[in-house]
Design a protein around this ligand. Structure first.
Ligand SMILES: NC(=O)c1ccc[n+]([C@@H]2O[C@H](COP(=O)([O-])OP(=O)(O)OC[C@H]3O[C@@H](n4cnc5c(N)ncnc54)[C@H](OP(=O)(O)O)[C@@H]3O)[C@@H](O)[C@H]2O)c1
Length: 300
């Protein structure tokens, strides 16, 4: 009995705040990266339920088509799958080009896709995989989609970072870890890059219709740990993790309700949250922006 109570209480501690917004997104277009599984798929389902037209930007289009069909059956919403591999700048450019040709405007971009603690590998363009996918791919994508997000209606860019960013730094002198690779550190670094990117983006879009957010979704039951733990260990700890429905609440808050002000770009548990001292440095945010632009070959 006591054990039961302890277990239930512990589970509640790991549970989360809820986004109680009743907002609908009828007539709005939302792009979500990496949404064939996990937090992205659950977000796609909920925003589709709220009337949004969802563009699923995924590298595995077969898996994405299956997810789209499942969601469409459930919500009756309009779902579209487009190919996007964030580990290839050519793929990011092709995706943005195709989207720009067929869409007049975007209302929400959710930079959700992510890779966690993989062994040392490089993207098609030679970037270390975690920095390349989690930060550089989304950096280029967002910049290429800014013209579609700039219009008379409110628009939002929501980027999934992580509480892990608290341990992160930007390895300006060795962005590809040629002097040594620690996969946990590399993930943390890519996630502080997400927050710094959001911070500088906020400056760039100031005075426009666009608001920008970075967030930690909580520790959520997904396949993110695929490079890390055996299935057995994963299922043991999954009891203490958020379900995907719980894990999307801060994403929903940022996509629907949150108000960005000069200090609040980073959210957790549906609220503005503390982000690391490094992630609040405007000089680092600007330096990272310039370096990222150079790395992806983007003219500023
Ligand atoms: N789960 C957590 O506890 C947690 C905690 C903090 C932050 N986050 C962040 O939340 C986000 C979503 O993670 P999740 O937990 O839902 O993980 P997940 O279930 O592993 O989903 C990750 C998604 O990203 C996609 N992806 C990976 N590399 C890609 C690439 N090169 N191009 C396009 N898509 C790519 C995956 O596609 P494939 O199916 O093709 O691999 C998948 O759809 C990530 O940014 C993660 O860092 C998660």
């Amino acid at each position: 009995m006591l054990l039961c109570a302890v277990v239930i209480l512990t589970r509640r501690v790991f549970a989360c705040s809820f986004c109680y917004s009743q907002k609908r997104l009828d007539g709005k277009t939302v792009v979500i990266t990496g949404c064939n599984v996990g937090i992205g798929k659950e977000t796609a389902r909920e925003l589709s339920r709220r009337g949004a037209r969802i563009i699923m930007a995924c590298r595995d289009t077969k898996k994405a088509e299956k997810a789209a069909e499942e969601i469409q059956k459930e919500t009756g919403g309009e779902m579209e799958v487009m190919k996007l591999d964030l580990a290839s700048l050519a793929s990011v450019r092709a995706f943005a080009e195709e989207l720009r040709l067929k869409e007049k405007r975007l209302h929400v971009l959710i930079n959700n896709a992510g890779i966690f603690m993989c062994p040392y590998t490089r993207t098609e363009d030679g970037f270390e995989m975690q920095m390349g996918t989690n930060h550089l791919g989304h950096f280029l994508l967002t910049n290429l989609l800014l013209p579609l997000l700039t219009h008379q209606e409110p628009a939002r860019v929501v980027t999934l970072s992580s509480i892990e960013h608290l341990r992160g730094i930007i390895p300006f002198e060795d962005m590809n870890y040629e002097k040594g690779y620690n996969r946990s550190k590399a993930y943390a670094n890519s996630k502080v890059a997400n927050v710094l990117f959001t911070r500088h983006l906020a400056k760039r879009v100031q005075g426009t219709n666009i608001q920008v957010f970075a967030l930690h979704p909580g520790v959520v039951q997904t396949d993110l740990g695929r490079h890390l733990l055996g299935g057995y260990l994963l299922s043991l700890i999954s009891f203490f993790q958020k379900t995907t429905v719980e894990g999307i609440q801060t994403v929903l808050h940022c996509a629907l309700e949150a108000d960005q002000n000069d200090e609040t770009y980073y959210f957790s548990e549906c609220n503005g949250a503390y982000s690391s001292r490094i992630s609040r440095r405007d000089d680092l945010a600007e330096d990272l922006w310039h370096l990222s632009a150079k790395m992806v070959g983007m003219r500023e």
